[in-house]
Design a protein around this ligand. Sequence first.
Ligand SMILES: *[C@@H]1O[C@H](CO)[C@@H](O)[C@H](O)[C@H]1NC(C)=O
Ligand SMILES: [Cu+2]
Length: 249
Amino acid sequence: MALSKIAALSTLLASATMVAGHGYVSSIVANGKNHTGYLVNEYAYSDSPPKSIGWSTTATDLGFEDGTQLSDPDIICHRDGKNGALSADVKAGSDIDIQWTEWPESHHGPVITYLASCNGDCSSVDKTKLEFFKIDAVGLIDGSNVPGNWGTDKLIKAGNRWTVTIPDSIAAGEYVMRHEIIALHSAGTKDQAQFYPQCLNLKVTGGGSDKPDGTLGEKLYTDTDKGILVDIYSSLSNYVMPGPKLYSA
Ligand SMILES: *[C@@H]1O[C@H](CO)[C@@H](O)[C@H](O)[C@H]1NC(C)=O
Ligand SMILES: [Cu+2]
């Protein structure tokens, strides 16, 4: 075998081992209805994938963005993220259940959810113009046993599921929900935190009049934020959640 082939094969094997067990959002339930997400390991190989509320991505390795990509458009809705064609109706003030396919226990870190108004139709909005406000974030729940009990551990325990409440104070309209896990198992080294953003379109009904200020996706984090460059194996007593502060009505 040519050397280059051996190299390619071993890279493939290494990455196959590395990504075993990473997940993605395969569905959500909103207003009692189950909506299929962008099934990346099927749709990315299809010539005519079904329309979805989930944004498409080419991250078929189920991989991540790293700390060098925090001002790259790929951080917004994952690798080559492109608008979902559909959106899920949801009443303001109600809960959304979010189903991940799986999550590796070792990949501890926060689970964070943002919304950004599309100011119109999310199926055609320019993602680089979306301004995200944070509606939910769970980081370190209990740091007593290193590396601690994290949002990801809660997610796994719930069956790789997460529940988030859509604020009842926000104005009706279409929003991109950016739901993200940040895996911190290697984050003690600069740029080694792993970002797994997932985008899904919502159409919020009811609600109030709030139009919260938000932050562009490419401005959410820097690679030296306290919650991004952090060694979770040094007993932490608290964790500083990265990104803009939590929205409250
Ligand atoms: C949607 O339905 C699928 C298939 O029954 C199920 O596995 C999944 O958990 C449901 N999604 C949610 C968020 O409950
Ligand atoms: Cu991994």
